[in-house]
Design a binder for this molecule. Structure first.
Ligand SMILES: Nc1ncnc2c1ncn2[C@@H]1O[C@H](COP(=O)(O)OP(=O)(O)OP(=O)(O)O)[C@@H](O)[C@H]1O
Ligand SMILES: [Mg+2]
Length: 398
């Protein structure tokens, strides 16, 4: 439940600036989604936050940099890589080793293995794991110390639908207990359900940070839709009142810069018959495409054009990109943290048993059921206990 403060994070690879002066906060009691196109610098930022890359800037957890944390696994859990473990060290031994390094009791290893649904394969070697099973082991590692802060890079990658559902509920529950959760994902629909706040980057630069609802509300996809008898007169009168009007393919008028009460009132004043009047709210995906359209590093050429540009909004936050056509003339709102108060309490209890993680009185219950586990995996066909280069490694017998 630490307040994470990232300040001036920068990283250059050769002549390539991967992250440029990134500053943001992740507040306790919320899931903060980290969004950005491929190559935007999300993974690099997370590595910088954990001191795994040499770069500029500083990240503190309640004022303390990661490297100075006494028992980091108990304070900050992280998964940056889908398979961050030795291929032949049994999953349970991998966790026991990490537990010992941070004075975490072995009973907690059993708890987290069951929690992430790997109970049946705890004694298997991770080289036999699928991508999703590897992600689950990574999550078990992150949760081992019952930390108040989690930093997860694409944790849903490779999970099956039940796994994604479980992950979402777990992260929301953990945030509800007052913890700080910082999670990157490309699954925007998932993020829309899970995150309260967002940090959005493009080409290594901050595009927006703050509450998800504020981010979505800045999209020019939000509009009042009206279908009227005399669209020409209505359009003229709306524009005379500084509203922006676009005629949709189905003949409706999409209006920005005037709310639905005033649009309806104006139609009444003009004596224009109204057949339909509604508000259209942007989705997270629309707002994201809107905000990051110009900062895509690797743009696919599919002949459909760029959707973000079609929505035409100005970029948010500090970038100051101009509108690219479309509805267009709404000024972008500045990002900036809404300063959600962190929920206190709920952290620090004893780990619960098998899916009842946390489980302290007065909380919202545990994480719910662990995701469906795996049966014993088939024995690997060439399980010689040797690494890829044929040499035997430490841990082979573990
Ligand atoms: N080890 C490295 N050496 C050279 N360049 C790198 C290295 N790691 C990352 N980069 C570059 O830094 C930029 C940011 O990469 P990063 O992996 O942080 O992006 P990302 O936002 O995590 O992308 P994705 O969504 O694809 O995971 C990219 O242009 C990438 O090519
Ligand atoms: Mg990445």
């Amino acid at each position: 439940m630490a307040l994470i403060q990232a300040r001036g994070l920068s990283k250059t690879f050769g002549s390539k600036a991967a992250v440029r002066g990134l500053s943001f906060d992740v507040v306790p009691g919320s899931v903060t989604g980290f969004l950005g196109p491929n190559g935007a610098g999300k993974s690099t930022t997370m590595r910088l936050m954990l001191g795994l890359d040499n770069g500029e800037g500083v990240t503190t957890y309640d004022g303390v940099p990661y490297r100075e944390l006494k028992q980091p696994l108990r304070q900050v859990g992280s998964v940056l890589d889908a398979k961050p473990f030795h291929p032949t060290r049994k999953a349970v031994n991998h966790l026991r080793m990490l537990a010992a390094s941070n004075s975490i009791p072995n009973s907690r290893v059993t708890d987290v293995v069951n929690l992430v649904g790997l109970g049946d394969v705890a004694n298997a070697k991770p080289k036999t794991f699928s991508l999703g099973m590897g992600q689950r082991l990574g999550l078990a590692t992150a949760l081992l110390g019952d930390p108040g802060t989690l930093i997860l890079d694409e944790p849903a990658n490779g999970l099956d639908p039940q796994g994604v559902h479980w992950l979402r509920n777990m992260l929301k529950t953990l945030a509800g207990q007052g913890r700080s959760i910082f999670v990157s994902s490309h699954l925007l629909s998932e993020m829309a359900l899970m995150a309260d706040s967002l940090v959005v980057v493009g080409r290594g630069t901050l595009i927006a940070s703050g509450k998800m609802s504020d981010f979505i509300s800045t999209s020019n996809r939000n509009a009042v839709l009206i279908r009227v008898e005399n669209a020409e007169l209505m359009t003229r009168e709306l524009r005379a009142r500084k509203a922006a009007v676009v005629t949709e393919p189905d003949g409706k008028l999409a209006i920005t810069g005037m709310d639905s009460d005033r649009v309806g009132g104006l139609a009444h004043e003009l004596g224009v018959r109204v057949f339909e009047l509604s508000n259209r709210e942007a989705t997270l995906e629309e707002a994201f495409l809107d905000a990051t359209g110009a900062s895509e590093e690797f743009r696919a050429s599919m002949g459909f054009g760029n959707q973000g540009a079609a929505f035409g909004g100005p970029m948010m936050g500090q970038q100051g990109y101009g509108a690219q056509g479309g509805y267009g003339d709404q000024p972008g709102q500045q990002g900036g943290y809404g300063g959600q108060p962190g929920q206190q309490g709920g952290y620090g209890g004893q780990p619960g048993q098998q899916g009842g993680y946390g489980g302290q009185p007065g909380q919202q219950g545990g994480y719910g059921q662990p995701p469906p586990g795996y049966g014993a995996p088939p024995p690997p066909p060439h399980d010689t206990g040797t690494s890829q280069d044929g040499s035997r490694r430490d841990g082979d017998t573990a």
